[in-house]
Design a protein around this ligand. Structure first.
Ligand SMILES: Nc1nc2c(ncn2[C@@H]2O[C@H](COP(=O)(O)OP(=O)(O)OP(=O)(O)O)[C@@H](O)[C@H]2O)c(=O)[nH]1
Ligand SMILES: [Mg+2]
Length: 362
């Protein structure tokens, strides 16, 4: 899975990126003018995998992972060239979701691009720039069709869809708010329109705000998030980077002091999974304990295809035990004795936390 990190300049995007991917990319204290993107992989923490690894002592323990791309900051007017423009957005056209970082932290050493703290305004500024960026792409494509020597019937159809996009975007409407049929959706996919992508909102707080559970416009942000079906995750990126640099056994008490039960990456990953309708199932053994990411609602046979197409093709049955049942029994033999290991057929809908052994025939 791929995720792009967006927001105004100097809101803590790269700090969050470093936190998520354990990278050490330099952060900026002034407008840097840099436009290169940072790409890195985050491991998705999962206590269930920790537990399974403690039972099996496998040679390899493989957590789910997410690839993050951290881009430059978008400023008001970026579409007309302000700041460093918006061409860098092309680096995140193919991501599955966006993490939008808004600044809440107060720090007189770090200038705010708009001169004052106002997360609702900032949210809107960035969203507006995304609309402009998509509109630019639509117009470029329409222009290409208009100037083509010969317009194919496929292009004619595409033109209709693009015009529908254009009128929505011109009205300031993001594409996720437009009704598209399944075929239209397919036709739009290769473009990677940014306003079509699911969003997770990250409020980057300072320590004081986090410990007080309060910050400017909190209620407005929560209301906005709820109305838009967008998860809101509160982090203190800078503090959490510092905590992540401590030896593992010292991290928990520091997080607890901030009122956090687990690191930001775990909370963010959960929000992303939920927003995208993703779940995990596990495969276990002495060789490997591994988490697999699938869409909720995926049938067993198709889930097997995640592991290998041979397993999907030769699918016979799935031996399934729910993680909680496994943990209550302590091991597979115990779960079996308690009758918790089920045999499921190809249409069984895999549940989050299922431990699965696929039986197949090649
Ligand atoms: N006080 C405080 N400072 C922070 C926090 N998060 C980031 N910063 C600081 O803000 C500055 C900008 O952070 P970056 O992570 O580089 O921000 P950015 O959004 O990537 O900035 P651009 O790439 O220039 O758009 C750095 O000096 C960070 O140390 C925070 O939670 N609290
Ligand atoms: Mg940055």
């Amino acid at each position: 899975m791929k995720i792009g990190i967006i927001g105004l300049p100097l809101v803590g995007k790269t700090t969050l990126f470093n936190l998520l991917t354990s990278a050490k990319t330099a952060t900026s204290q002034f407008f840097s003018g840099r436009t290169e993107s940072n790409v890195g992989t985050a491991t998705v923490p999962d206590r269930r995998i920790d537990y399974l690894a403690s039972v099996y002592h496998p040679r390899r323990t493989i957590y789910a992972s997410i690839e993050f791309t951290d881009v430059a900051g978008l400023v008001r007017g970026a579409a007309s060239g302000a700041g460093v423009g918006n061409q860098f957005l092309n680096d995140i056209r193919q991501v599955d979701a966006l993490v939008h970082v808004v600044r809440l932290f107060q720090d007189s050493d770090v200038p705010h691009v708009e001169g004052s703290l106002d997360p609702m305004r900032d949210l809107d500024t960035v969203d507006t720039e995304l609309v402009f960026a998509d509109l630019e792409l639509v117009e470029k494509r329409l222009e290409r069709i208009r100037t083509a020597k010969k317009v194919t019937s496929a292009q004619q159809e595409e033109k209709g869809i693009l015009e529908k996009c254009r009128s929505a975007l011109e009205a300031g409407q993001p594409l996720h708010a437009v009704e598209f049929g399944p075929e239209e959706k397919n036709a739009l996919r290769p473009y990677g329109f940014l306003t079509e992508k699911p969003v997770v909102l990250v409020a980057n707080l300072d320590e004081e705000q986090l410990s007080k559970h309060d910050y400017p416009q909190r209620a407005d942000l929560q209301k906005w998030a709820e109305e838009h079906g967008v998860p809101l995750v509160e982090v203190c990126a800078k503090m959490e980077v510092e905590i992540a640099e401590l030896p593992p056994e010292e991290r928990v008490p520091f997080l607890a002091e901030l009122g956090l039960e687990e690191p930001g990456v775990a909370r963010l990953a959960r929000a992303v999974y939920k927003r995208l309708g993703l779940i995990s199932f596990f495969t276990v053994g002495e060789d490997e304990v591994k988490a697999w990411t699938i869409r909720a609602g995926t049938p067993a046979k198709q889930a097997a295809g995640k592991i290998h197409t041979d397993i999907e093709r030769g699918f016979i049955r799935a031996e399934v035990v729910a993680f909680d049942d496994f943990a209550a029994a302590g091991n597979m033999a115990g779960a079996r004795d308690q009758g918790k290991v089920r045999l499921e057929g190809k249409d069984y809908v895999v549940a989050d936390g299922d431990i699965i052994n696929f039986r197949f025939n090649v």
